[in-house]
Design a protein around this ligand. Structure first.
Ligand SMILES: *[C@@H]1O[C@H](CO)[C@@H](O)[C@H](O)[C@H]1NC(C)=O
Length: 217
Protein backbone atom coordinates (compact mmCIF):
# COMPACT_ATOMS: atom_id res chain seq x y z
CA UNK A 1 0.00 0.00 0.00
CA UNK A 2 2.74 2.39 1.01
CA UNK A 3 4.83 1.89 -2.12
CA UNK A 4 1.79 2.15 -4.35
CA UNK A 5 0.95 5.51 -2.85
CA UNK A 6 4.48 6.81 -2.58
CA UNK A 7 5.11 6.65 -6.29
CA UNK A 8 2.42 9.06 -7.48
CA UNK A 9 3.02 11.34 -4.48
CA UNK A 10 6.69 11.46 -5.44
CA UNK A 11 5.87 12.51 -8.96
CA UNK A 12 3.48 15.16 -7.71
CA UNK A 13 6.18 16.53 -5.45
CA UNK A 14 8.64 16.80 -8.31
CA UNK A 15 6.04 18.57 -10.43
CA UNK A 16 5.30 21.11 -7.73
CA UNK A 17 8.82 21.70 -6.54
CA UNK A 18 10.52 22.17 -9.88
CA UNK A 19 7.86 23.72 -11.97
CA UNK A 20 9.23 27.21 -11.82
CA UNK A 21 12.74 26.93 -10.47
CA UNK A 22 13.83 30.23 -11.99
CA UNK A 23 11.58 32.26 -9.71
CA UNK A 24 11.30 30.24 -6.53
CA UNK A 25 9.78 32.19 -3.68
CA UNK A 26 10.76 32.20 -0.04
CA UNK A 27 8.19 30.71 2.30
CA UNK A 28 6.56 33.04 4.77
CA UNK A 29 3.06 34.18 5.68
CA UNK A 30 0.59 31.96 7.48
CA UNK A 31 -2.86 31.38 8.83
CA UNK A 32 -3.81 33.64 11.75
CA UNK A 33 -6.68 32.66 14.06
CA UNK A 34 -5.74 34.48 17.27
CA UNK A 35 -7.60 37.66 18.14
CA UNK A 36 -4.46 39.79 17.95
CA UNK A 37 -0.98 39.50 16.58
CA UNK A 38 1.97 40.87 14.67
CA UNK A 39 2.72 40.37 10.99
CA UNK A 40 6.20 41.14 9.73
CA UNK A 41 8.54 40.57 6.83
CA UNK A 42 11.29 38.00 7.47
CA UNK A 43 14.29 39.62 9.25
CA UNK A 44 12.48 42.91 9.92
CA UNK A 45 13.85 45.64 10.12
CA UNK A 46 16.73 44.13 8.10
CA UNK A 47 16.49 43.16 4.49
CA UNK A 48 14.12 40.36 3.53
CA UNK A 49 15.20 37.76 0.96
CA UNK A 50 13.99 38.13 -2.62
CA UNK A 51 12.16 36.93 -4.57
CA UNK A 52 9.52 36.57 -1.89
CA UNK A 53 5.83 35.82 -1.77
CA UNK A 54 3.88 35.72 1.48
CA UNK A 55 0.16 35.38 2.11
CA UNK A 56 -1.17 36.01 5.59
CA UNK A 57 -4.77 34.94 6.10
CA UNK A 58 -6.56 36.42 9.10
CA UNK A 59 -9.73 34.51 9.94
CA UNK A 60 -12.54 36.13 11.87
CA UNK A 61 -15.43 33.63 12.16
CA UNK A 62 -17.64 35.94 14.24
CA UNK A 63 -19.98 38.25 12.24
CA UNK A 64 -20.26 40.48 15.33
CA UNK A 65 -16.55 41.23 15.03
CA UNK A 66 -14.24 43.03 12.64
CA UNK A 67 -10.53 42.84 11.82
CA UNK A 68 -8.49 45.99 12.31
CA UNK A 69 -5.01 46.17 10.86
CA UNK A 70 -2.68 48.84 12.22
CA UNK A 71 0.16 49.95 9.94
CA UNK A 72 2.57 50.69 12.77
CA UNK A 73 5.95 50.01 11.14
CA UNK A 74 5.32 50.15 7.47
CA UNK A 75 8.10 51.10 5.05
CA UNK A 76 6.97 49.98 1.63
CA UNK A 77 6.24 51.89 -1.51
CA UNK A 78 4.30 49.04 -3.12
CA UNK A 79 3.88 45.26 -3.35
CA UNK A 80 1.49 44.96 -0.39
CA UNK A 81 -2.07 44.04 -1.33
CA UNK A 82 -5.17 43.53 0.79
CA UNK A 83 -8.30 41.57 -0.10
CA UNK A 84 -11.25 40.38 1.93
CA UNK A 85 -13.32 37.26 1.29
CA UNK A 86 -16.54 35.54 2.32
CA UNK A 87 -14.76 32.19 2.11
CA UNK A 88 -11.11 31.42 1.63
CA UNK A 89 -9.32 28.07 1.43
CA UNK A 90 -6.28 29.04 -0.62
CA UNK A 91 -5.36 31.41 -3.41
CA UNK A 92 -7.27 29.33 -5.98
CA UNK A 93 -10.29 28.37 -3.90
CA UNK A 94 -12.33 31.22 -2.44
CA UNK A 95 -15.66 33.06 -2.65
CA UNK A 96 -16.83 36.65 -2.49
CA UNK A 97 -13.59 38.53 -3.02
CA UNK A 98 -13.33 42.26 -2.54
CA UNK A 99 -10.00 43.78 -3.47
CA UNK A 100 -9.11 46.56 -1.02
CA UNK A 101 -6.03 47.86 -2.78
CA UNK A 102 -2.33 48.35 -2.44
CA UNK A 103 -0.88 50.19 0.55
CA UNK A 104 1.88 52.75 0.07
CA UNK A 105 3.53 54.50 3.02
CA UNK A 106 2.85 57.83 1.32
CA UNK A 107 -0.89 57.33 1.82
CA UNK A 108 -0.26 57.81 5.52
CA UNK A 109 -2.67 55.04 6.45
CA UNK A 110 -2.59 54.15 10.11
CA UNK A 111 -5.31 51.50 10.15
CA UNK A 112 -7.89 49.60 8.15
CA UNK A 113 -11.08 47.89 9.38
CA UNK A 114 -12.58 44.93 7.48
CA UNK A 115 -15.82 43.10 8.13
CA UNK A 116 -15.70 39.95 6.00
CA UNK A 117 -14.54 36.73 7.69
CA UNK A 118 -11.21 36.53 5.84
CA UNK A 119 -8.60 39.20 5.29
CA UNK A 120 -5.69 38.21 3.08
CA UNK A 121 -2.49 40.22 3.04
CA UNK A 122 -0.31 39.46 0.07
CA UNK A 123 3.30 40.58 -0.12
CA UNK A 124 5.05 39.69 -3.34
CA UNK A 125 8.38 41.04 -4.55
CA UNK A 126 10.77 39.85 -7.21
CA UNK A 127 13.54 42.35 -6.58
CA UNK A 128 14.04 44.86 -3.83
CA UNK A 129 14.75 47.71 -6.28
CA UNK A 130 13.52 51.09 -5.12
CA UNK A 131 10.59 49.84 -3.10
CA UNK A 132 12.05 50.29 0.35
CA UNK A 133 12.55 53.40 2.33
CA UNK A 134 15.72 55.03 3.58
CA UNK A 135 14.61 56.10 7.00
CA UNK A 136 17.34 58.46 8.05
CA UNK A 137 20.41 59.00 5.98
CA UNK A 138 23.00 58.45 8.66
CA UNK A 139 21.03 55.99 10.73
CA UNK A 140 19.79 53.00 8.85
CA UNK A 141 17.67 51.55 6.15
CA UNK A 142 14.50 49.78 7.15
CA UNK A 143 13.02 47.06 4.98
CA UNK A 144 9.50 45.76 4.87
CA UNK A 145 6.99 46.01 7.69
CA UNK A 146 6.04 44.90 11.19
CA UNK A 147 2.34 45.62 11.72
CA UNK A 148 -0.34 44.53 14.16
CA UNK A 149 -3.93 43.34 13.81
CA UNK A 150 -6.82 42.82 16.19
CA UNK A 151 -10.18 41.09 15.92
CA UNK A 152 -12.63 43.13 17.99
CA UNK A 153 -16.30 43.77 18.55
CA UNK A 154 -17.90 45.64 15.63
CA UNK A 155 -18.76 48.51 17.93
CA UNK A 156 -15.25 49.07 19.21
CA UNK A 157 -13.56 52.22 17.95
CA UNK A 158 -10.31 52.12 16.07
CA UNK A 159 -7.48 52.75 18.51
CA UNK A 160 -5.29 55.78 18.40
CA UNK A 161 -2.08 54.45 17.00
CA UNK A 162 0.99 55.76 15.28
CA UNK A 163 2.84 55.02 12.06
CA UNK A 164 6.31 55.70 10.69
CA UNK A 165 4.99 59.09 9.56
CA UNK A 166 3.83 60.02 13.04
CA UNK A 167 7.21 59.03 14.46
CA UNK A 168 8.83 61.39 11.91
CA UNK A 169 10.60 58.34 10.37
CA UNK A 170 13.02 58.72 13.31
CA UNK A 171 11.64 55.97 15.45
CA UNK A 172 9.51 52.85 15.45
CA UNK A 173 5.83 52.84 16.31
CA UNK A 174 5.25 49.89 18.63
CA UNK A 175 2.34 48.41 20.54
CA UNK A 176 2.32 47.82 24.28
CA UNK A 177 2.32 44.14 25.28
CA UNK A 178 -1.50 44.00 25.39
CA UNK A 179 -1.78 45.90 22.05
CA UNK A 180 -3.90 48.58 23.67
CA UNK A 181 -1.50 51.50 23.44
CA UNK A 182 0.91 52.58 20.78
CA UNK A 183 3.86 54.93 20.97
CA UNK A 184 6.99 56.01 19.11
CA UNK A 185 10.27 54.41 20.20
CA UNK A 186 12.90 56.85 18.93
CA UNK A 187 16.23 55.96 17.32
CA UNK A 188 19.31 56.88 19.40
CA UNK A 189 19.82 60.67 19.71
CA UNK A 190 16.18 61.44 18.85
CA UNK A 191 13.45 62.23 21.32
CA UNK A 192 10.02 63.78 21.79
CA UNK A 193 6.58 62.19 21.56
CA UNK A 194 6.99 61.95 17.79
CA UNK A 195 10.82 61.66 17.81
CA UNK A 196 10.72 65.10 16.27
CA UNK A 197 13.76 66.37 18.20
CA UNK A 198 17.39 65.37 17.71
CA UNK A 199 20.91 66.65 17.15
CA UNK A 200 19.87 69.39 14.70
CA UNK A 201 16.66 70.27 16.32
CA UNK A 202 16.69 70.60 20.08
CA UNK A 203 14.35 73.05 21.79
CA UNK A 204 16.29 72.78 25.08
CA UNK A 205 19.50 73.92 23.43
CA UNK A 206 17.82 76.49 21.22
CA UNK A 207 18.88 74.65 18.10
CA UNK A 208 16.83 74.92 14.97
CA UNK A 209 18.28 73.94 11.63
CA UNK A 210 15.23 75.20 9.77
CA UNK A 211 15.69 78.66 8.35
CA UNK A 212 13.08 81.42 7.94
CA UNK A 213 11.34 80.57 11.22
CA UNK A 214 10.50 77.06 9.99
CA UNK A 215 9.59 74.59 12.66
CA UNK A 216 11.64 71.45 13.02
CA UNK A 217 9.71 68.23 13.18
C1 LIG B 1 7.14 44.42 15.98
O1 LIG B 1 5.93 44.98 16.46
C2 LIG B 1 5.62 44.65 17.81
C3 LIG B 1 4.25 45.29 18.12
O2 LIG B 1 4.23 46.69 17.85
C4 LIG B 1 6.71 45.13 18.74
O3 LIG B 1 6.43 44.76 20.06
C5 LIG B 1 8.05 44.54 18.29
O4 LIG B 1 9.09 45.07 19.08
C6 LIG B 1 8.31 44.88 16.83
N1 LIG B 1 9.52 44.21 16.37
C7 LIG B 1 10.57 44.89 15.83
C8 LIG B 1 11.73 44.04 15.42
O5 LIG B 1 10.57 46.09 15.65
Amino acid sequence: MFTRLAFPVGILFILICCQDASSRFTDCGGWLEKDKGVIHTPNFPARFPTPIKCDWVIHNPDPEKKIITYFTQYFLKNSFHLSEYDEYKNEHDYKGIQYLGEINYENEYTSLATYKPYLVIRFKVHEIGKMHLRVEEFLKDVYGFNITYEIVDNRQDIRETCSAHDCSFLGHCVASSNYENYRCECFPKFFGEYCQYGPFCDPDKGKNMCENNGKCR
